[in-house]
Ligand binder design. Structure first.
Ligand SMILES: Nc1nc2c(ncn2[C@@H]2O[C@H](COP(=O)(O)OP(=O)(O)OP(=O)(O)O)[C@@H](O)[C@H]2O)c(=O)[nH]1
Ligand SMILES: [Mg+2]
Length: 383
């Protein structure tokens, strides 16, 4: 048990310690990456990443209005009392970070129908909307291929098909000239529309490289993602996302993209279609294998293939990461590579973990310079 003054003393020492920690953090400008201590899952389940899906959205039908004439004791004509039908539900796409791809979507998305009206002026219940969760960064195209929606923020919604309105019951049609209408409306049919949904990964950093350069090894080393790693080309067939956590609570998403080869734009290898995932990356990180002869020629090929997909991609901030520093050929190739390019070169060994701390620091600096300031500007613009 502490006395009152003793407890104050402990509280003050805690506050002083916290202030010292805070001032120490403030003096070191760049946040350091937090390495997760939790073990990774060793489940080896194949994961199919579905990034494109064609769907048909059908809104719910409105409930029919009722025709009813109330008869009460001592009042045989208590009046037309048919209630209105309820509205059909809409089909709505909602962006959420709870799902990563479109594999859970069925090809027909249908909302529920509204309930019909009842006697005694009871209205039918309107159906709940069918809210379909899609990943953040989903692009919605109509049947002609025109982009009509872009769900790039958490919880943003797109109404894909509106439900039909409920029909009116015969009570609604009472007028001076028609006191006992025997008419009611049918509920309207819901809309039926076709869409093409496409996920464009919302990564901040995109890893671009030849097959076998070590992109997946690097992603696994710096995040909790577990892409497959193997010593043969085209191990990665679909993009993988990993998140680097920093001690200032910033989270930087990194996308491991399939490998590019000369002629990818002519559909060699896996083609360049997956580069649509790089379109949202604010920074591109070229990963080169230092153990191959003349790795700088790979850099030229990568830049050429990117330009074939979209010349705009080459305007983004770029970094060169030279991997496999642990192999003997790297010692010769690294200085030559540095001489051949004007881009900043960071040498690492993703497998051995060499220089990863340095790389994570540079990634954070580039992120702070480009992505964070862009986000702040866009949030200012939106006000
Ligand atoms: N010696 C050494 N080997 C590495 C290093 N990084 C990756 N490797 C090896 O290189 C091989 C390919 O690694 P991946 O990470 O699968 O390469 P990738 O770029 O993802 O390849 P794709 O998915 O086919 O495009 C694996 O055998 C890794 O163990 C490194 O720093 N040093
Ligand atoms: Mg890979």
């Amino acid at each position: 048990m502490f006395s009152v003054s003793g407890r104050n003393c402990v509280t003050w020492s805690i506050i002083r310690y916290a202030l010292q920690r805070h001032s120490a953090c403030m003096s070191d400008h760049t946040a350091t990456a937090l390495r997760s201590k939790k073990g990774k899952s060793d489940r080896n389940m194949p994961q199919h990443f579905v990034d494109v899906r064609r769907v048909r959205a059908i809104g719910g039908k409105g409930g029919d209005g009722a025709i009813s004439f109330l008869q009460l004791w001592a009042n045989e004509t208590a009046g037309p009392d048919g209630g209105d039908g309820g509205n059909g539900g809409h089909v709505v796409f909602q962006a959420t970070q709870n799902v990563r791809d479109l594999r859970h979507l069925t090809s027909v998305l249908r909302a529920q129908d509204g309930e019909k009206g009842y006697s005694k002026d009871c209205h039918g219940k309107s159906a709940d909307h069918a809210v379909i969760q899609v990943p953040i960064g989903t692009i919605i195209k109509d049947s002609t291929g025109k982009v009509i929606g872009d769900l790039k923020d958490e919880s943003t919604m797109f109404v894909a098909a509106r439900g039909g309105a409920g029909g009116r019951g015969n009570h609604f049609f009472i007028s001076d000239t028609l006191q006992a209408p025997k008419i009611a409306e049918y509920g309207a049919e819901g809309e039926e529309l076709q869409y093409l949904l496409e996920v464009r990964s919302m990564a901040h950093i995109g890893l671009i490289g030849f097959p076998n350069a070590g992109k997946s090894t690097l992603l696994q080393a710096i995040s909790r993602a577990r892409p497959k790693i193997a010593p043969y080309p085209f191990t990665t067939l679909k993009p993988h996302l990993g998140v680097i956590q920093y001690d200032d609570y910033d989270q930087i998403a990194v996308a491991d993209l399939p490998g590019l080869i000369p002629g990818s734009h002519l559909n060699r290898g896996l083609g360049i279609q997956f580069l649509k995932h790089a379109e949202r990356c604010a920074v591109l990180l070229y990963l080169l294998d230092l153990a191959t002869p003349e790795p700088w020629t790979h850099l030229e090929v990568l830049q050429f293939e990117l330009s074939q997909f979209s010349p705009e991609l080459l305007q983004r901030p770029q970094l060169v990461v030279a991997n496999k520093l642990d192999l003997p050929e790297a010692k010769v190739n690294l200085p030559l590579l540095q001489r051949q390019t004007d881009l900043p070169v960071i040498s690492i060994s993703a497998k051995m973990g060499t220089n990863l701390k340095e790389l994570l620091k540079v990634i954070k600096e580039v992120y702070d310079e480009n992505v964070k300031t862009d986000d702040e500007n866009s949030s200012v613009d939106s006000f």
